[in-house]
Design a protein around this ligand. Structure first.
Ligand code: FDA
Length: 397
């Protein structure tokens, strides 16, 4: 292939959510765009997302739904390409979707609808996609253009967009490539760790709770600074479910969690009233109306559970409340990148333009999506960030 054929206005490394969106926007501006990806398939994480139904965005997206060392950074892009802009695209393709609790937007059918739509938009915008292409080295010439070396030959471009995502799920193509490239150009990378990830337990706790594996209960979980109220799932490795994934974004090793297994109930009042109204009932039959029996047996003393309410003291009521509503637990760690949905930390936003995603000190070099130190809550926020950051860069590359 001639060197001329390998010259592009824009090369995007990473055919994921943000890279595809950037390519579409740039292609629509008549830029000559190439996407390269080392994986054999584009958009693997889009296909995995939302349990295959792609929770592609959320009805309410604000900067408060994101973590970053620079909490204002995400505002501009999120306000310029909003959930409504993405919905408009879906509507053009007649892709059916629905809203679930907490404003989460999911496809009715399959995440494949979204990937197919993005790939078709790329095709219409004249974007070239090269899969199974590994970039071995990147260098910038004295004129500011970029040369990418690969076994398939060298590629040249004016604007280089790095959209290689985070470290979660290595089997879906994740790699640290983008972080290393940022460092190569003198851009700081903040410490990374697994986010939206199940938590593991200390061996003794794990053994005690192992019989609860599979049980899910609505809970309020807090680390003191942040709290969420959603389902908690006991697993054979530890704690999971939406409430734990949300909190995991804020959890630091060594921190204790406070868990309320009955967040919507004034348990003390309920027990006092039940004692008046149904004194002969055993404690366990009252509590079994609220929580699974197996869980009660793990958290409360067997003898106490078998006692009729009339025989229980206020102090014993308070110990029941403590056991179920003030459970304090120190997780052992997280399940790590193997099962995490996202990566916390990443390319330091202080060195990136919040309007264009271009590196402030390196003209023509752009960073998108999860690679940046912008981590969304569970609920469609991470994909919305990928669409928004990709679209903004696509306007200027
Ligand atoms: P993304 O990961 O999408 O794309 C990166 C691309 O770069 C990949 O195609 C990869 O192959 C490529 N790449 C990596 N290294 C490379 C290299 N060295 N050379 C070339 N190419 C390289 N979010 C959400 O909002 N709603 C949801 O429902 C879900 N669900 C979900 C489920 C699961 C199981 C996971 C793992 C994640 C989610 N997420 C999610 C998170 C969401 O998928 C994620 O934040 C976005 O896909 C990030 O988009 P990016 O474009 O930044 O990276």
């Amino acid at each position: 292939m001639s060197a001329e054929a390998n010259r592009y206005d824009v090369i995007i490394i990473g055919a994921g959510a943000s890279g595809l969106m950037c390519a579409i926007a740039a292609g629509q501006r008549q830029r000559r765009v190439l996407i390269v990806d080392h994986a054999e398939q584009a958009g693997r994480k889009i296909l995995l997302s939302g349990g295959g139904r792609c929770n592609f965005s959320n009805m309410s997206v604000t900067a408060e739904n994101y973590l970053s060392n620079n909490p204002h950074f995400c505002k501009s892009a999120l306000s310029r390409f909003t959930p409504w802009d993405f919905i408009e695209l879906l509507n053009r393709y007649n892709i059916p979707f629905h809203e679930r609790e907490h404003g989460q937007l999911f496809c009715d059918n399959s995440a494949k609808d979204i990937l197919d739509m993005l790939l078709n938009e790329c095709r219409l915008a004249g974007v070239e996609i090269r899969l199974a292409t590994k970039i071995d080295a990147v260098e910038q010439s004295s004129t500011g253009s970029y040369r990418l070396q690969s076994k398939q030959g060298d590629f040249f471009c004016q604007s280089l967009v790095v959209a290689t995502g985070g470290l979660s799920i290595p089997t879906a193509g994740a790699s640290p490539f983008g972080y290393r490239l940022a460092e190569q150009f003198g851009i700081k990378v903040l410490e990374t760790s697994a986010g939206l990830v199940p938590l593991t337990l200390q061996p003794a706790q794990k053994e005690r709770l192992t019989t609860l594996s599979g049980i899910a209960v609505k809970s309020r979980v807090s680390n003191g600074a942040q709290s969420f109220c959603e389902n908690l799932l006991f697993t054979h490795r530890g704690l999971s479910g939406p409430v734990i994934l949300q909190l995991s974004n804020y959890w630091q090793p060594g921190q204790q969690l406070q868990i309320n297994l009955l967040p919507d109930t004034d348990l003390l009042l309920l027990l006092r009233q039940a004692q008046q109204q149904r004194p002969q009932k055993q404690l366990k039959s009252i509590l079994a109306e609220l929580l699974p029996k197996r869980l009660l047996e793990t958290f409360l003393d067997e003898q106490l559970l078998a006692t009729p309410l009339r025989g229980l003291t206020e102090k014993q009521f308070r110990s029941v409340v403590d056991g179920l509503q003030h459970w304090a637990i120190k997780p052992n760690g997280t399940e790590g990148y193997r099962t995490a949905e996202v990566t916390r930390g990443g390319v330091d936003c202080k060195q990136i333009s919040s309007k264009t995603m271009e590196a402030l000190q390196v003209p023509g070099l752009f960073f998108l999506g999860e690679l940046l130190d912008v981590t969304g809550w569970l609920g469609g926020y991470n994909l919305q960030w990928a669409w928004s950051s990709g679209w903004c860069a696509g306007q200027v590359v």
